[in-house]
Design a protein around this ligand. Structure first.
Ligand code: ZN
Ligand code: ZN
Length: 172
């Protein structure tokens, strides 16, 4: 398996080239919880002056839900765009990285940039589901696994209000 993100810029032809690679987390120096299938789909666009490398990175992360603490595997897509120019006089914010290359440059390695964009794409808080009910703050039960997502602690909490309401109704 081709387990690196090095592109030989001499052998790729002028014009557009598409290269798809599949990597393991260890190839990008990432933790094991990024799994064994990181797919990097790259479009290379080469001409006399420059080479544009733009990648879509499909990866999974095996983590703990920030609300309910259950293990969860979520999928993400990161993007990375590099411009390598033989004359880098004009720069653009469109790219994550811009480098100047010389006619003797044979290879461009985007591993560091791809690794960084994976880490930046990963949210600080990951939920098993956007509607996760989390844990009961009193008994610690996972409310996603309880019928109606309400445990006994909350039923007791609601009771007094119902009694007051009943009082009001009976007074009238
Ligand atoms: Zn959750
Ligand atoms: Zn509870």
């Amino acid at each position: 398996m081709d387990s690196n993100l090095k592109y030989n810029i001499v052998s790729i032809p002028n014009g557009k080239t598409f290269i798809s690679k599949e990597l393991l987390s260890k190839h990008l120096d990432l933790e094991d919880n990024f799994g064994d299938q990181i797919i990097v789909e790259t479009n290379l666009d080469k001409n006399q002056e420059e080479i544009i490398i733009s990648s879509n990175i499909f990866f999974k992360n095996n983590c703990i839900c920030a609300r309910c603490s259950e293990e969860v595997v979520r999928e993400f897509v990161a993007n990375y765009k590099l411009r390598a120019s033989y004359n880098l006089s004009l720069t653009s914010r469109e790219f994550d990285t811009e480098i100047e290359i010389s006619p003797s440059t044979t290879e461009i390695d985007i591993s560091d940039g791809v690794r960084e964009s994976i880490l930046l794409t990963l949210p600080l808080k990951i939920l098993c589901n956007d509607d996760c009910f989390g844990l009961c703050q009193y008994c610690g039960k996972n409310l996603n696994k309880i019928e109606n997502n309400i445990c006994n602690c909350h039923i007791k909490e609601i009771d007094p209000r119902f009694t007051k309401l009943k009082d009001l109704l009976t007074k009238n």
